[in-house]
Design a protein around this ligand. Structure first.
Ligand SMILES: [Zn+2]
Length: 496
């Protein structure tokens, strides 16, 4: 395994900590997956691209990563609360389909979108409905530990009792007393026997299904279904064992979802389940959070086709990926067409530079310190996966490539090989970008044909047939290629 100095920002301690997994070279990473009741949207792109890069970089360092990402197909109720309809059940009724048809349909569209964005599939993708017996078992363990109680067929986690001996609120920075007093202010604390819960802070780990609820299973307490928070505790424990190394997700999941996961895991097993909690920040629109539940979400398909009133054009999946990587994952990222357009241009510039690197010839000596540049690239990745700074360094490399082409900068063969290898490594293997246009056609054939046209244009020029040479130039440009006239003849690149 490669020596490294990787530091990871841990939400739990609010510091960057040296990354030291429990049993190297193995790394266990769990990331909360989607609730599959609608088309994947921009809010899905950011966490899954972020943790895709995390797993790619860890694997590059030599770790054997087991990446578990669940599919939530039951138990996630509308409004994320303990009452109300199941999101999937509700959609199934509205569309007159079986809940599992809804699950299948949107799991498929989620997978399509993830593939388009270049994300490597997780090692295991378990679903909540496939783990009901394990969830019933964990409910029983928490009851046995005396940290949950049954009420009218439902089972609730006893937050205040747990908090007497555990730090409930540490992850999300919430203080129990503040939660209690804010509920008192809102008049929801004293439930006056109207609720099954002893305290409104308590959360359901098993819910009795009301008669019209479709998705239900037998349990010792009632015909019902597991609470939403429970599935992640159960599936992360099953496939990674407690304690495991990394738990990831969006910042909006810190409370209550992840706080509840810690409490359930600790209550059932006595073990703090996770070492490093990592959270990506949100995407905003005019300073407000963006997403389906905020009413301003844009589906990924709509990005790819441009079919949405907020979009001025279509953006390729790789443009969306590049745009997301332009910000560090813990910074907010503001949505705008301008930001996406500049991502598109920048990415094309980067790809053009990389493909022209093959034409560079080595020199007897080097005037650019490749190794130092490589070290800087590793340093920014080691600093909590800073893709924004890595892209800045890659744009420095674009300048170097342009200087290499016109001879202002020179590299020996060994340095040139190292430079090519690392540029390709960072751009394609670690950031996971793909030069879709270069891959969509046969690059060599296109290259050969355009070189032939450039030669014809050159011949026309030499015989002073400027009408023909200009016509060839215009035709090439109309096809989306830019002609670069240099002292050693002409070359071409794709228009950015
Ligand atoms: Zn989760």
């Amino acid at each position: 395994m490669q020596e490294h100095n990787l530091h990871v920002y841990n939400t739990l301690t609010r510091t960057k900590e040296k990354f030291e997994p429990f049993s190297p070279p193995f790394v266990g990473m769990y990331v909360c997956g989607p609730t599959v009741y609608g088309d994947p949207h921009l809010g899905h792109a950011r966490p899954y691209i972020t943790f895709d890069v995390v797993s790619r970089y860890l694997r590059h360092l030599g770790y054997k990563v087991r990446y578990v990402r669940n599919i939530t197909d039951v138990g996630h109720l509308v409004n994320d609360a303990d009452e109300g309809e199941d999101k999937i059940g509700k959609k199934a009724k509205a569309d007159q389909l079986e809940p599992m048809e809804i699950v299948q349909m949107y799991t498929n569209s989620f997978h399509d979108a993830m593939r388009a964005l270049g994300n490597i599939p997780p090692s295991i993708e378990p679903s909540a409905a496939g783990h009901i017996p394990e969830q019933i078992k964990m409910v029983q363990e928490i009851l046995d530990a005396g940290l949950a109680y049954e009420s009218n067929g439902s089972v609730y986690f006893d937050v205040e009792k747990y908090a007497k001996t555990n730090d409930y609120g540490k992850l999300s920075g919430k203080v129990l007393e503040d939660l209690i007093s804010s509920q008192e202010r809102e008049g929801v604390r004293n439930l006056d026997g109207q609720s099954e819960k002893r305290s409104s802070l308590d959360f359901a780990i098993w819910k009795k299904a009301n008669p019209e609820h479709i998705m239900r299973w037998e349990s010792p307490w009632s015909d019902g279904f597991p609470g939403w928070h429970l599935e992640c505790s159960v599936m992360s424990r099953k496939y990674l064992n407690f304690p495991f190394d990394i738990h990831g997700g969006g910042m909006d999941l810190q409370f209550p979802h992840h706080e509840c996961e810690i409490a359930q895991g600790k209550a059932a097993t006595g073990i703090d389940p996770v070492k490093y909690w990592m959270h990506n920040n949100m995407i905003t629109l005019d300073g407000k959070k963006m997403g389906k539940s905020y009413g301003n979400g844009i589906n990924l398909d709509q990005f790819f086709t441009g079919d949405h009133p907020l979009l001025k054009q279509a953006y390729s999946p790789m443009t969306v990926r590049f745009y997301i990587l332009m910000a560090h994952y813990r910074s907010t990222l503001d949505f705008s067409n301008e930001a996406l357009q500049s991502a598109q241009k920048a990415m094309q510039r980067l790809f053009n530079a990389i493909s022209s690197l093959n034409d560079v010839k080595p020199s007897g000596s080097s005037t650019f310190n490749v190794q130092e540049w490589v070290n800087e690239c590793y340093a920014v990745l080691d600093d909590d996966f800073n893709t924004a700074q890595l892209l800045a360094l890659l744009f420095e490399s674009v300048k170097v490539i342009n200087q290499l082409k016109d001879g202002q900068t020179k590299l020996t063969e060994a340095d040139l090989d190292l430079f090519k290898e690392k540029v390709n490594l960072f751009v394609f293997d670690i950031l996971g970008l793909k030069d879709e246009e270069a891959q969509s056609g046969n690059q060599e054939e296109v290259d050969g044909l355009i070189k032939m046209l450039l030669k014809l244009r050159q011949d026309a020029k030499l015989s002073k047939d400027y009408a023909t040479s200009d016509a060839i130039r215009d035709e090439i440009q109309a096809l989306g290629f830019k002609i670069l006239d240099g002292k050693d003849g002409s070359s071409w690149e794709r228009q950015s």
